[in-house]
Ligand binder design. Structure first.
Ligand SMILES: Cc1ncc(COP(=O)(O)O)c(C=O)c1O
Ligand SMILES: [Zn+2]
Length: 414
């Protein structure tokens, strides 16, 4: 499966690299042919996104069950193979009426994807393209949601999977990936450097590295924006989402932009990116009026999934926010945990603190940003490294003979 340099398999892979799709560099505008493991512009080193097909080609196949089939004309895939799907996408858009009675606050439940996070939308597109190109292996640099999602989709597609994880990654974080049988390698070294080196490794070994800002993943994330427009019948005024590397943000923005191009909605909503106060390089650059995002030294935060001190698409997110009346803000760990509890108690929704950060940001900005707002709830609560405490007042341990008396005293005294 993992082919050696110069092997027959590698030559086959190289022959397949000539795919007709094009990526466009956001910084210099240059169009480059899409090549696996070459996601940054060869001219200027900045991230690239797939070029949008001409508007007349953008049609929605409403009768299709599979979201990739439904939006196939928007995607850089020759054919969609629905049998590779795990049922990702088509997630609920729920009004949060106990929190906001007007009904103008809604949540897009990305936590209901097959491996419990939005990453599945990206992984679904990645495996389709890898098989189309004739590659046999997929890899990713991640310790969390992206690792388990990539491993699950690789298993479904019959691809071998390599996960490069940070030294010291907790056992609980590894379990949700290990079950799918990937090769997991814990690497002691700089995580940002590992991210960059993974592409050279991938090229040499015939492994497609689908990391956080992979253009194929971004194509998958677009579909969240498409679905929101169809579910609401229009684009909302504001969309709140947690931001780390920046891939998800770019996907949402590209998706709304393409909905406008295709004539399915009139405007791009204002996107509000939320970062953890303990690790907020993009929000800090925004606040300080910096031209680009610089690497920071992170402080402590419980929000592990969104704590990237050197976000590869940070400057692109910053520029997109500035040019499109978006906003970037930070929330504290305490605010995230309170918002997590509020979503659970008032609405019955259990998400990661990283995802609940969107509600904390909404509470901060609701007076200023009035209008229909959608919170993207990116990951399910059980997937978080930080788990909420169980309050002693809600948990009793009793013997059977004591049960009746104890419950009577609780319920009859009410
Ligand atoms: C639950 C959750 N929310 C948000 C994000 C941020 O996404 P991105 O790194 O694409 O900005 C991540 C990234 O891993 C995540 O796991
Ligand atoms: Zn460029």
């Amino acid at each position: 499966m993992r082919e050696k340099k110069g092997s027959k398999g590698e030559k086959k892979n190289r022959k397949n690299l000539g795919c007709p799709d094009f990526l466009q560099c956001w910084a210099c505008g240059k169009e480059n042919e899409f090549r696996p493991n070459e996601i940054f512009c060869p001219e200027c080193g900045k991230p690239q996104l797939f070029s949008t097909p001409p508007p007349e080609r953008l049609t929605i196949k409403h009768s299709a069950q599979n979201p990739l089939e439904k939006f196939a004309s928007f995607l850089p895939l020759k054919n969609v193979r629905p049998e590779l799907s795990l049922g990702e996408g088509q997630t609920p858009l729920l009004p949060l009426k106990s929190i906001e009675r007007s009904g103008r606050l809604l949540a897009k439940l990305e936590s209901s994807n097959p491996t419990l996070s939005f990453k599945d939308r990206g992984s679904a597109v990645v495996v389709q393209k890898i098989l189309e190109l004739g590659w046999k292996a997929v890899g990713t640099v991640s310790t969390g949601n992206m690792a388990s999602s990539t491993a699950a989709y690789a298993a479904r597609a019959g691809l071998s999977c390599l996960l490069l994880v940070k030294k010291g990654t907790s056992r609980s974080a590894l379990v949700s990936s290990a079950i799918f049988n990937p090769l997991i390698v814990e690497v002691d070294g700089d995580y940002g450097q590992l991210f960059r080196e993974s592409y050279q490794l991938g090229q040499e070994l015939g492994i497609y590295f689908a990391n956080s800002v992979d253009p194929l993943r971004i194509e998958g994330y677009k579909l969240t924006a498409f679905e929101i427009c169809l579910q609401l019948g229009k684009a909302p005024d504001f969309v709140y989402l947690p931001v780390s590397a920046g891939g998800h943000f770019l996907g949402l923005f590209k998706g709304f932009k393409e909905m406008v191009l295709a004539g399915h909605t009139e405007k791009i909503p204002r996107l509000v990116g939320v970062q953890a106060a303990g690790c907020a390089p993009i929000a800090t650059a925004f606040k300080k009026g910096q031209a680009s995002v610089t690497k920071i030294k992170p402080a402590q935060t419980i929000a592990h999934s969104i704590s990237n001190p050197d976000p590869p698409a940070g400057s692109l997110v910053l520029e997109t926010v500035r040019k499109n009346r978006g906003f970037l803000t930070t929330v504290s760990d305490d605010q995230m945990l309170q918002a997590q509890k509020k979503l659970a108690v008032k609405e019955g929704i259990f998400v990661q603190p990283e995802s609940a950060a969107t509600l904390a940001a909404y509470d901060q900005l609701r007076q200023r940003f009035r209008g229909t707002s959608v919170l993207i709830l990116t990951g399910q609560g059980l997937k978080a490294t930080h788990q909420p405490e169980i309050d002693d007042r809600q948990y009793l341990s009793l013997t059977l003979p004591d049960l009746k008396e104890a419950l009577r005293s609780i319920y009859c005294d009410r």
